[in-house]
Design a protein around this ligand. Structure first.
Ligand code: NAP
Length: 253
C-alpha cells in the first residue's frame, strides 16, 4: 500500500468495531498515525492489534463523543501524543430504538441525537479549532442513506443523520477558505454489529435488508473506509461540503 499519509495523524471515533475499525486500519495502512477513540475499550483490542500487526502506529483513547469533556481531552491527548490532527472520521453512532414518531420516547430521542448529532458537532468543534491553527485538515462525518431519505420506525436516527449532513455542509462553507475540507459519507446497509443488532441475525430480516440494495448484497466496512480515505486524501482536493453515498445504488432507486 502506498504510504500517502506518512507523517499525518487521523482520529477515528467509534473505531473499536465495524466501519470505524476498517477505516482506522485503512488510514494506518497508508502510513497515518491513528487515534482510535471509542467509549468502550474492546477487550480484544482487535483494531489496535490489526494496525500494529501491519506495522502501523495507533493509540486508543476512551471517549464518549456525546460528552464534551471526553471529546476535549481526546483531542488534547491527540495533540500531546502526535502533535497534530490532519484527518478526522467522526463515525461513532447508534441506531437508537425502533419506534414510530408518535411512539418514540424522549429518552431515545435525547440519547440518539446526543451521540449521532451532538457527538459529531462536539468532535468538529475541537478538531476544527486545531486544524485552523495548522491551516489544513480534512474531516469526514458519518451520515447514512438515512440522512437522505426517510425510514419508517427510525425517526430519531433519520433526524440525526439529516442533521449530520446539514452540519457538514455548514461547517464546510465556514472553513472552505481556511484549507479545511469537510464532507460526509452516507453508507447503505453495511454488514456490521449494528446491522446484526437490527436483524437479530435472522436470515429473513437480512434478506429484507439485502432486498433494499440494488447490487444485491450488503456492503463491507472496508468499502466505506476506502471512500473516507479518498475524501481525506489530496485526490479529493476540490471536494468539500459533499455527502457521498456508498450504498450499492440504494439512493439511485
Ligand atoms: P458498530 O459496529 O456498532 O460500530 C459503532 C462503534 O461506535 C462501536 O464501536 C460503538 O461502541 C461506538 N460508539 C457508539 N456510541 C459511542 C459513543 N457515544 N462514543 C464513542 N463511541 C461510540 O456500527 P457501524 O455499523 O460500524 O456504524 C458506524 C457508523 O456508521 C454509525 O454512525 C452508523 O450510524 C453509520 N452507518 C452504519 C450503517 C450500517 O449499515 N452498518 C449504515 C449507515 C450508516 P459499542 O459497540 O461499544 O456501542
Amino acid at each position: 500500500m502506498e504510504k500517502i499519509f506518512n507523517g499525518k495523524v487521523a482520529i477515528v471515533t467509534g473505531g473499536s468495531f465495524g466501519i470505524g475499525r476498517a477505516t482506522a486500519v485503512a488510514f494506518a495502512s497508508r502510513g497515518a498515525k491513528v487515534v482510535v477513540a471509542d467509549w468502550v475499550e474492546d477487550k480484544d483490542q482487535q483494531t489496535m492489534k490489526m494496525i500494529k500487526a501491519s506495522g502501523g502506529e495507533a493509540i486508543f483513547i476512551k471517549c464518549d463523543v456525546s460528552d464534551s469533556s471526553d471529546v476535549k481531552s481526546m483531542t488534547e491527548k491527540t495533540i500531546s501524543t502526535y502533535g497534530r490532527i490532519d484527518f478526522a472520521f467522526n463515525n461513532a453512532g447508534i441506531e437508537g430504538a425502533t419506534a414510530n414518531t408518535h411512539e418514540c420516547t424522549e429518552e431515545n430521542w435525547d440519547k440518539t441525537i446526543g451521540i449521532n448529532l451532538k457527538g459529531v458537532w462536539l468532535c468538529m468543534k475541537y478538531e476544527i479549532s486545531y486544524m485552523l491553527k495548522q491551516g489544513k485538515g480534512s474531516i469526514v462525518n458519518c451520515a447514512s442513506v438515512a440522512g437522505l431519505i426517510g425510514l419508517v420506525g427510525l425517526p430519531v436516527y433519520v433526524a440525526s443523520k439529516h442533521g449530520v449532513i446539514g452540519l457538514t455542509k455548514t461547517a464546510a462553507l465556514e472553513n472552505a477558505k481556511q484549507g479545511i475540507r469537510i464532507n460526509g459519507v452516507c453508507p447503505g446497509v453495511i454488514k456490521t454489529s449494528m446491522v446484526d443488532r437490527i436483524t437479530g441475525k435472522d436470515k429473513e430480516a437480512e434478506k429484507k435488508f439485502i432486498g433494499m440494495e440494488p447490487v444485491g448484497r450488503m456492503g463491507h466496512p472496508e468499502e466505506v473506509a476506502e471512500a473516507v480515505v479518498w475524501l481525506c486524501s489530496d485526490a479529493a482536493s476540490f471536494v468539500t461540503g459533499h455527502a457521498l453515498s456508498v450504498d450499492g445504488g440504494w439512493i439511485a432507486g
